[in-house]
Design a protein around this ligand. Sequence first.
Ligand SMILES: Cc1cc2nc3c(=O)[nH]c(=O)nc-3n(C[C@H](O)[C@H](O)[C@H](O)COP(=O)(O)OP(=O)(O)OC[C@H]3O[C@@H](n4cnc5c(N)ncnc54)[C@H](O)[C@@H]3O)c2cc1C
Ligand code: SF4
Length: 237
Amino acid sequence: MSLPEFRLLRPRTLEEALDSLVSHAGTAAPGHPGDAVPAAGIRIIAGGTDLLPSMKQKLFEPQYVLDVRRIQSLRGINPVSGGDAEIGALTTLREIERSAFLRQHYPVLTEAAAAVASPVLRNMGTIGGNICLDTRCLWYNQSLTWRKGCGFCIKKDGDLCHVAPGGTKCWAAFSGDTPPALLCLNAEIEIASPNGTRRTPLADFYTGLGDSYRKLQRTGDPRLPAGVISRISRCLP
Ligand SMILES: Cc1cc2nc3c(=O)[nH]c(=O)nc-3n(C[C@H](O)[C@H](O)[C@H](O)COP(=O)(O)OP(=O)(O)OC[C@H]3O[C@@H](n4cnc5c(N)ncnc54)[C@H](O)[C@@H]3O)c2cc1C
Ligand code: SF4
């Protein structure tokens, strides 16, 4: 399976990244009504361990891919006052797993990061990407030919669900390993968007739906440009 054609954008600052999101966002793709990053528009890439296999399966065919890895302000694990911590969204799962500070204060998070896939994937995969990980389903994470043969489904290109025939809802499941740990820690995420930066409890970021599972836009309107998760902070209980 080959990657679809796209243009790679490599901003050095968050401001440049947000400008690109505004310039290249379009209308929501069919099958992704609540997802701000349309197939015909722009999609953020961090480690690429989730996005690139999905693009090969033609689950996403963005015209532009926004590589945020050069943005230094999105990196790092920083202790803050009161024993709290801030983690840049580009911090790799391997860095989290190996952080002595996090292991001492938040062992549930280092253990969760260590549980992800393999060392190679943890070296590339970021915590921001893990939080945004697409929901999965046996009928969805398949090649275009396979999905076409089944008549597609609600989550992408179709209007029926093979898991719950007759239903109108997508039941694809979230499978990221670090969000359950972050939820136990009452974590908050910071989302930088063209309209400013906002902080939100991670618990409010997920919708519970299989298709439009996350809220990257301030208003939730999928026609507006998405935001970039910039950092994750653990709140005091
Ligand atoms: C073989 C295999 C096994 C895997 N096993 C596991 C596992 O055991 N546990 C697990 O949790 N995951 C697993 N994964 C999924 C994936 O490797 C991890 O979830 C990883 O953390 C994703 O991070 P990434 O930086 O590579 O994300 P990417 O692929 O770069 O992006 C993933 C999604 O997040 C969005 N995104 C990324 N960064 C940001 C940001 N800062 N702001 C806004 N949106 C953003 C992207 O647009 C995309 O929608 C596996 C993947 C593969 C291929
Ligand atoms: S739960 Fe149903 S609609 Fe959602 S991905 Fe699976 S088959 Fe498609």
